[in-house]
Design a protein around this ligand. Structure first.
Ligand code: ATP
Length: 434
């Protein structure tokens, strides 16, 4: 993790937030490449979950919602973690992360941990100029509730009937007691949530299975190593009382397995609660049968920061390669081409030769209309090393031959093989491989 964190900073993927002021725990910024990487991850989710389906509609709700929302959802009463302090070293822990409450894992003293007490993870804020209780609100701890409270607006305006889904990607906030493991556990993060509403026709578990399969396919399509991914089935004791089935998608990070996503059969719990608390009728009215019912909900809730981190960790490799006569080491990010922030780097063989520079710039500008490209110049070995480190699948070198026969060298990131390709065939060559 240390190597990956260092690379993330050096190459402009992820920075600590407010670094010049000493940083702030649980918050991170995405640099020039990280911002693209995360956008690509979100686009990949959006493409498969919304754009390629005719039964899922898009949504985007506000971060701050009516405070009653969080009473109805159960977050005010129960969105707690158990907090434990060490009276000796003053360190703070999540009780469920400790192997035992007898001994502090940091200072090793026995009998110094306090009794676990509830700590609500919702971040509070105040609306308007008066900071009294009537203006108190929360930053949403999940995006899903915006979908539930709008259920009727959405299905009526989109003219959808179950089975259909509503998807959104957006920021969520949780006052985590112990943020850590880089961007794995943070206090501000993005979630991609799909709320899929199905009829009460006995096929709800079938839909759950279909979504689990669809999500498996997604991770596989975007190249996550199958041996580092598992779909952990929650036991009835681990599930909320209203949930009929639940799966945690977990990735094997350098520190162990960690949750990326939860897929859950949530019954009718969420809509029922909002019907109860708002007094509004959020049931679905089926025009065909003239019957009203509360649809059953299948949810997929994935963290986009955790998925982006997964892509980084999963792609990271350090290997020894033959470098002429000798062996040398290289660091390479083997990003899936759809995820890679830069898809093709274009360089002139020498930066002090105006003909080569101009030709390389022209090629790069042309390819840029179709691919994510980057022009760079300098020492050839260093250019390749840099592009390997940021995970660029192809590098294009413009040399003296190019000026004569209009061909370029294309180097493949993974095999390091070099092909000679005609300039006017470059676009097709890349499209086929990316
Ligand atoms: P954890 O047990 O790790 O705290 P959770 O079970 O509370 O997570 P959910 O409420 O199921 O998480 O949220 C769905 C997804 O949102 C998670 O799988 C994760 O990817 C993401 N997520 C939740 N909390 C955080 C966080 N603090 N930082 C980054 N991502 C998060």
């Amino acid at each position: 993790m240390e190597e990956i964190t260092a690379l993330a900073k050096r190459r402009g993927f992820i920075f600590q937030s407010s670094e010049i002021y000493g940083g702030i725990g649980g918050f991170f910024d995405y640099g020039p490449l990280g911002a693209i990487l995360k956008r690509n991850v979100k686009d990949a989710w959006w493409r498969e979950m919304v754009e390629r389906r005719d039964d899922v509609v898009a949504f985007d709700s506000s971060i701050i919602m009516h405070p009653r929302t969080w009473e109805a959802s159960g977050h005010v009463a129960a969105f707690h973690d158990k907090l434990v302090d060490c009276r000796n070293c003053k360190h703070r822990f999540r009780a469920d992360h400790l192997p035992s409450l007898d001994k502090c894992p940091d200072c090793g003293m026995s009998g110094t941990l306090t009794e676990p007490r509830n700590f609500n993870l919702m971040m509070r804020t105040a609306i308007g100029p008066m900071e009294d209780t009537s203006s108190q609100a929360y930053l949403r701890p999940e995006t899903a509730q915006g979908i539930f409270v709008n259920f009727k607006n959405i299905y009526q305006s989109a003219r959808k009937k179950p089975p259909f889904g509503i998807a959104q990607i957006g920021k969520s906030f949780r006052n985590e007691i112990t943020p850590g493991n880089f961007t794995y556990r943070v206090r501000e993060f993005e979630q991609a949530e799909l709320e899929f509403f199905v009829p009460q026709d006995g096929n709800d578990l079938g839909w759950f299975e279909q979504w689990v399969a669809a999500r498996k396919q997604w991770y596989s399509d975007y190249g996550v190593r199958p041996d580092r991914l598992r779909f952990y089935e929650l036991t009835p004791e681990e599930r909320p009382f209203y949930a009929k089935a639940g799966i945690d998608v977990e990735y094997l990070f350098p520190w162990g397995w960690g949750e990326l996503e939860s897929i859950a059969h949530r019954g009718t719990y969420d809509l029922d609660r909002h019907i109860e608390y708002s007094g509004k009728d959020l049931q679905f009215f089926d025009e065909a049968t003239k019957a009203k019912y509360t649809p059953i909900l299948i949810e997929s809730s994935a963290g986009m920061d955790r998925t982006t981190l997964t892509m980084l960790v999963d792609a990271y490799e350090r290997e020894t390669v033959a470098d002429g006569e000798k062996q040398s080491e290289r660091t390479v990010l083997r990003f899936h081409p759809k995820i890679a922030p830069v898809q093709a780097g274009v360089f002139p063989l020498a930066r002090n030769k105006p003909d080569l520079v101009e030709r390389a710039r022209t090629i790069e500008a042309h390819l840029r209309t179709r691919f994510r490209t980057q022009y760079d110049e300098g020492n050839v070995g260093q250019l390749y090393r840099r592009q390997d480190e940021i995970g660029t699948p192809f590098c294009i070198m413009v040399d003296y031959e190019t000026l004569g026969d209009a061909t370029v060298t294309v180097r493949d990131r993974d095999s390091m093989r070099q092909d000679r390709v005609a300039e006017d065939a470059l676009s097709t060559y890349l499209a086929e491989r990316l």
